[in-house]
Design a protein around this ligand. Structure first.
Ligand SMILES: Cc1ncc(COP(=O)(O)O)c(C=O)c1O
Length: 379
């Protein structure tokens, strides 16, 4: 008999998702407008302490719209961390600008503010925006990054794709910059099946983003004032996301328990848990560990797979990837060091304690086997 499969990060749809989807069908609101879209915008703005929420079809579109609304375009640079999901850089390219990769710091796995300051000085006048990423739900050092951006008079944007419910010094992420962008992709803590959101206090930014997300259409007539996109979120996706948000605190509490159990169990292995700095209130979107080498990371993932446990090697530095190999960069070696060595472990908020015990046992078996192989190799 094969073991039951344990996924990395599966949607946890135990709230009112089904009820709200039925409401959408009963009310015939299934497309890219509707009461749940408005409700999600209001709720996300409130959660982030911001005046406005603008829904989008996904997190990438939310980032793209934000850049467009800030007037970012050709011949401009946008600085972002070298260690992020490729969507962050792709959004910059979609806006017609050039991504400039700055490395992350070892202690938080988020953008290195000292390197950023050097880049803003060196490229003065050319940088149209900085995007900081809250890696795996862990906050970047927003006070310092904001100071650096303010001094250079460059707008700061948060890519908070996986950071819903996380905080920095007690304040909600996404609400600590000119605009914050979230993703409701299927693997996120709060999912809509798909979807994205911009939160901001900047009314003009919100209006422009909304307008461009609806083909820049003026009213209901076929009059368009600019080039736009169909970047709207559907009421169906928003219905699921609203139901998910209602359980946000409960889901984060469960994630914290999962993280605490991994923390307590991984001592004695060579796996180093992800950073947890004092300023970060963590949603533990994906609990991840740093393996001693790329081979060890791949071996761990393969070993878990044989036991029907899904783990995944996390991001690779973008500056070394095909579309960005010629992009400007300022690096310190950390993104490269983390690339291919960071492994995300099963972290679904519906992961049971029994399932997690199985995951931990599989990791310990792998660790014991690796040690035995090392000893044999040393002889
Ligand atoms: C850091 C980061 N930025 C942007 C995105 C893009 O979000 P979406 O997949 O909703 O377009 C993701 C999604 O995984 C992400 O992790």
């Amino acid at each position: 008999m094969t073991d039951e499969f344990i996924p990395l990060s599966a949607p946890d749809l135990r709230g009112r998702e089904r009820q709200y989807l039925t409401e959408c069908i009963d009310q015939n609101w299934v497309s890219s407008a509707g009461p749940f879209v408005t409700q999600l915008e209001t709720r996300m703005a409130a959660l982030s302490g911001r005046a406005r929420g603008v829904a989008a079809v996904n997190g990438t579109a939310a980032l793209h719209l934000t850049l467009i609304a800030l007037g970012v375009g050709r011949d401009k640079l946008v600085v972002l961390p070298d260690w992020t999901f490729i969507a962050t850089a792709n959004a910059v390219m979609h806006a017609g600008a050039t991504p400039y990769f700055v490395d992350v710091e070892e202690r938080s796995w988020t953008m290195d503010a000292a390197l950023l300051a050097k880049v803003l000085k060196q490229e003065a006048g050319k940088v149209a925006a900085v995007i900081v990423v809250h890696t795996l739900g862990h906050a970047a050092d927003m006070d310092v990054l904001s100071r650096v951006c303010d001094a250079a008079e460059v707008p700061l944007i948060e890519d908070a794709a996986g950071a819903v419910g996380s905080t920095y010094k007690g304040k909600p992420l996404g609400g600590l910059s000119r605009a914050g962008c979230f993703s409701f992709n299927g693997n996120k803590l709060v999912t809509g099946g798909g979807g994205g959101m911009i939160v901001t206090d900047d009314q003009a930014l919100a209006d422009t983003a909304k307008h461009r997300s609806t083909q820049a259409r003026e009213g209901t007539d076929y009059v368009h004032s600019a080039v736009g996109w169909n970047y709207r979120m559907t009421n169906l996706n928003a219905a699921v996301a609203v139901a998910q948000l209602e359980r946000l605190d409960e889901m984060i509490a469960t994630k914290r328990e999962i993280a605490a159990r991994y923390d307590a169990s991984l001592g004695g292995t060579d796996l180093v848990p992800m950073p947890r700095l004092a300023w970060a209130g963590h949603n533990y979107w994906l609990y991840s560990v740093l393996a001693p080498s790329r081979d060890a990371a791949a071996d761990l993932v393969a070993a878990l797979r044989t036991k029907s446990v899904e783990a995944r090697v996390f991001w690779r530095a973008l500056s070394s990837q095909a579309p960005y190999k010629d992009a400007p960069r300022r690096l310190n070696g950390i993104a490269e060091k983390l690339s291919g060595r960071t492994v995300s472990l099963p972290s679904s908020s519906n992961l049971t304690a029994t399932q997690q015990t199985r995951v931990i046992a599989a990791i310990k078996d792998w660790a014991a086997r690796s040690r035995a192989q090392e000893r044999a190799g040393a002889r």
